[in-house]
Structures are given as structure tokens and as C-alpha cells.
Design a protein around this ligand. Structure first.
Ligand code: UD1
Length: 418
């Protein structure tokens, strides 16, 4: 029987919460272990289902992983014993495709299941493959698997047709061991891309420009070990800020890096929240009632698509009409139907959602459909009158570490039931 979260709404959240390390930085950084025989020490690794999934995948490829329970993880890949990312892992977590670049770079060979459709859209990996082909890999499709082979990769100029985060990371990891210079244009500028570049540089890679849309990589013969502390999770931080705002509470989010979340902070203020920022800290004081505002999701430094559902939930209680435009994923409004069951008035057409704010949400049984949609239902439950039961909590466990414990410490009435 899958777990549920039972939330009794109405408490104004108060206090301090510590943000875990970014899931979307931990996953590629763990994959970077495939690039070297030397040990990699990652600190602050979050205890999440997705981290366990990538660990399982890496173990099958020859990586020895030891974790001591304190967030410190040692990864060592003395030799590759496999070169495949099987369908059962890729289908539960698309980020598994990030073994492709490092495997081809280290051994000239990889076989990775095509992800197929996922709840929030088609999410193809054509740009990853096009880039690898430009680096000299031969790509074939066989039985739902992509097979890549190369006799040594060569640097190339690669211009992405659209901004892809894991695509940028995958090609960065392929290019670090390629012969010559690779230039990635229209590259993703997300903080997690920058953090991966920091780790790779510590391992001996030559990378310039991470954080801009042009990344230049000069290949090296081999990489060594490194020790790295993973950056805090800006999406988790943003979610707790929304939790403070939507309950009209006062929440200090420690580990929130202001510069990693400019658009979300700007929109929170437009919605009437008062913010105070410090070194790795953002404090929110929620408004009496949120004000309406429009926003458009976009690659960094734009408004993160991973915060869209949470912001929409806040605006669902605003005094007026807001319009949300989702430009990154084509099918990312699944939370809308569930929010409506709680009394929200939201209409969607294509990639636009029009929200007419209501005064309150009403508790209801709702079903989580994907990671961030689930977070939005929890937020709605915190603000709602009465009891909300969120089922399919495993979606939340992919990306939020000890969610009910952290919210509980802020004064929320929330408990997990089997
Ligand atoms: C990453 C994040 C995810 C976030 C997303 C957008 C990780 C592990 N996941 O996902 O949480 O929501 O960035 O910020 O870091 N696309 C193509 N072809 C490709 C690759 C992507 O058409 O080869 C499209 C996708 O369908 C999507 C858009 O590009 O419409 C952006 O996707 P992308 O940035 O690649 O998302 P992910 O890296 O999968």
C-alpha cells in the first residue's frame, strides 16, 4: 500500500528550515564518477529516491558507492563492468540518460534505454544524441535502446536548438575527455550546470564559461579524484518560501541562495510577500492575502518550470486574476485538476493557465502526479480549511528530503500514513 500524507490546514508556518543539497546537482555529479578511476567524495548528498536510483544504475556499471548516512558519499569506478542503462531505471528516472556522455567518453561505448513519454511531456533526448554525434560517436537505435560507439571523441562546436539542462551536462561530461576543444552554444545556465563544472574542474577538467550560454571545454587525457560539497536545492528552498507565503507565516529558509532564484523571489514579492535576504538565507513573511501576478516559465535565470505548480497554488488564493504561461514542458498542468477539487478556479488552454483567485481552498483527497505537482498539493493542503490527503507520495520522495518532518518543525500539521 502506497503512503499518503494527511494534512490539516490552517497553521501559519513559523521558524527556520534547512535546505538539502540539490537533487538535480547530485545526479549528474554522481555520474561524473564514471569519468575516472579515482575516488570522488561528494558531501551533503540528499537522501532521496532519485539518488538511490542513480546509485543502483552506477553500481551496475562498476561504481563502488559508500555512504555513511551523514550525507558524505564516496564513489569509485576502478573499471567499467557494464555500459548499459536499462529500461526499468530510465523509465522511473529520466536523469539516468546522463550516464551516456561519461560512458562513451571513458570506454567508447554506451547503451541507454530511450526514456519514452513521461507525465510532464514528451521529453526527447534528441539534442543529447545530436551533440554526441557531433563529438564523433556513432549513434544507432536498436530495440528501444540508443547505442553509442566511438573510437575516441573529438571536440566540436555544438549549438543546442533549445536550452536543455541535462543535455548540457551530458555533453559537458563527454567533452572533458574528448580530444581538442568543444564549444557548447545556447547552453543551459542553471546553477546545477555551474556546480557540475566546479566538480569537473576539481577533477582536472578545463572548462570555461559555465553559467553563461557559451561553455568552452578543452579535453584532457584523464581526470582524477575530487571532493565537492553539492550546492543547496533552489527548488526545495523556493517551495518552503511558498509554504511560508501561502500560510501567511514567517519562515527563514537557510541554504537559500538569492542569486540562484531571482525570478521566483521577484514574483513572490509581486504576490505580496515580504522578503529579507542574507548570506545563504531568505526569510519570507506571507501576505494577508496574495496579490495576483502573471509569470512565464523559462530556462534560468527565468522562472523555473519546477516552481510553476507551487507558484500557481499561491496565486490560486490571490485577490484577482493571474496568467501563467508554461514554455518549457508541454504538459505541465496536471496539478490543476487536483487543485480544482480543492476549490481553485483555474482554466487552462494550451500552455496558458488563467487563475481566478478564491478566498480559500477546501481540504480534499488528491492525487500526486509528478514531483513538483505533488509539492503544490501539499502547499494547497497547508492553506486549506480542513483535511487534505495526498496520495502517491512516492513522487514527493523523489525530490524532497524529510518533507513532513521539516514542515512539522515549522508548525504544520502533517503526517505520513502507510
Ligand atoms: C532538467 C531538470 C528538471 C527541470 C528541467 C527544466 C534534472 C535532472 N532535471 O530536466 O527538473 O524541470 O531541467 O528546467 O536536472 N528537449 C528536447 N530534446 C532534448 C532535450 C530536451 O526537445 O534532447 C526539450 C524537453 O522536451 C523540454 C525542454 O527541452 O521541453 C527542456 O528540457 P531539459 O532542460 O532537457 O530538461 P531536463 O534536463 O530533462
Amino acid at each position: 500500500m502506497a503512503a499518503t500524507l494527511v494534512i490539516e490546514g490552517g497553521a501559519k508556518l513559523k521558524g527556520e528550515v534547512w535546505i538539502s543539497a540539490a537533487k538535480n546537482a547530485a545526479l549528474p555529479q554522481m555520474c561524473a564518477s564514471l569519468l575516472t578511476e579515482a575516488p570522488l567524495i561528494l558531501e551533503n548528498v540528499p537522501d532521496l529516491a532519485d539518488v538511490a536510483t542513480i546509485g543502483k544504475l552506477l553500481a551496475g556499471l562498476g561504481t563502488r558507492i559508500t555512504a555513511d548516512g551523514s550525507g558524505r558519499m564516496a564513489l569509485e569506478t576502478p573499471g567499467l563492468v557494464g555500459h548499459e542503462a536499462p529500461y526499468d531505471l530510465v523509465s522511473t528516472m529520466r536523469a539516468s540518460v546522463m550516464v551516456l556522455g561519461p560512458l562513451v567518453a571513458r570506454s567508447g561505448r554506451a547503451r541507454v534505454a530511450l526514456p519514452g513519454g513521461c507525465a510532464i511531456g514528451l521529453r526527447p533526448i534528441d539534442l543529447h544524441l545530436k551533440g554526441l554525434a557531433a563529438l564523433g560517436a556513432e549513434i544507432t537505435l536498436n530495440q528501444g535502446y540508443v547505442e553509442a560507439q566511438a573510437q575516441g571523441l573529438r571536440g566540436a562546436r555544438i549549438r543546442f536548438d533549445l536550452v536543455t539542462v541535462t543535455g548540457t551536462e551530458n555533453l559537458m561530461m563527454a567533452a572533458v575527455l574528448a580530444e581538442g576543444t568543444t564549444v557548447l552554444e545556447n547552453a543551459a545556465r542553471e546553477p546545477e550546470v555551474v556546480d557540475l563544472a566546479h566538480l569537473l574542474a576539481k577533477m582536472g577538467a578545463k572548462i570555461e564559461g559555465a553559467g553563461s550560454d557559451r561553455i568552452e571545454i578543452e579535453g584532457v587525457k584523464e581526470l582524477g579524484g575530487a571532493q565537492h560539497r553539492i550546492l543547496p536545492d533552489r527548488i526545495e528552498a523556493g517551495t518552503y518560501l511558498m509554504a511560508g507565503a501561502i500560510t501567511g507565516g514567517t519562515v527563514t529558509v537557510r541554504g537559500a541562495i538569492r542569486d540562484d532564484m531571482p525570478a521566483v523571489l521577484a514574483k513572490l514579492e509581486e504576490a505580496g510577500a515580504t522578503l529579507e535576504t542574507g548570506s545563504e538565507l531568505v526569510r519570507v513573511v506571507g501576505p494577508e492575502r496574495p496579490r495576483p501576478t502573471d509569470f512565464v516559465t523559462a530556462p534560468f535565470p527565468g522562472f523555473a518550470t519546477d516552481m510553476q505548480a507551487q507558484m500557481m497554488t499561491l496565486l490560486g488564493l490571490a485577490d484577482g486574476e493571474s496568467v501563467v504561461t508554461e514554455t518549457v514542458f508541454e504538459n505541465r498542468f496536471m496539478h490543476v485538476a487536483e487543485l480544482r477539487r480543492m476549490g481553485a478556479r483555474i482554466e487552462t488552454e494550451g500552455n496558458r493557465a488563467v487563475i481566478r483567485g478564491v478566498e480559500r481552498y477546501l481540504g480534499a483527497p488528491v492525487m500526486a502526479t509528478d514531483l513538483r505537482a505533488s509539492a503544490s498539493l501539499v502547499l494547497a493542503g497547508l492553506a486549506a480549511t480542513g483535511i487534505t490527503v495526498v496520495s502517491r507520495v512516492y513522487h514527493l520522495d523523489r525530490g524532497y528530503e524529510r518533507l513532513e518532518e521539516k514542515l512539522g518543525k515549522l508548525g504544520a500539521s502533517i503526517r505520513r500514513e502507510p
